[in-house]
Ligand binder design. Structure first.
Ligand code: ZN
Length: 133
């Protein structure tokens, strides 16, 4: 039961983390591909000494880097917790179901008169012979 409930969760978590990492990588790669001709100085591919004509490109690069890092960060975070979710799920799954024994369904009945414990199916007390209720 736990496997059926949780297995798709760990799979979708893994898929989601991979998708986020790919999106992050694409955004960061995209930011690196934007060329600003007048940029003399760059820091991690982000130009910071720019001719005002190319300011919009600069913001575009900054936005792509920021979102790329966010996606990459969430993706890596999810990827990092995936093994723990998997182990948790596996541990929950491995809890053995309680053994099914029909004789445990009824509890042992005690005699109202003498207190003797009788078998669940007994109708009369095994000691005093009174009817069990
Ligand atoms: Zn009895």
């Amino acid at each position: 039961m736990f496997a059926r409930v949780l297995k798709p969760k760990v799979r979708s978590l893994f898929v989601q983390s991979v998708v986020l990492i790919i999106i992050g990588a694409i955004l960061i790669g995209w930011s690196q591909s934007i060329h600003i001709p007048s940029a003399y100085n760059t820091f991690l591919g982000i130009p910071y000494d720019v001719n005002p004509t190319f300011e919009s490109s600069l913001y575009e690069i900054l936005a792509l880097v920021v979102f790329g890092v966010l996606f990459l960060g969430f993706g890596l975070g999810e990827l990092a917790i995936t093994p723990y979710v998997y182990l948790l799920e596996k541990r929950l799954f491995q809890i053995p179901p309680p053994p099914f024994n029909p004789s445990f369904r009824k509890t042992a009945s005690f005699c109202r008169y003498c207190g003797t414990q009788n078998t669940p199916d007994a109708v009369f007390c095994s000691k005093c012979g009174e009817k069990l209720t």
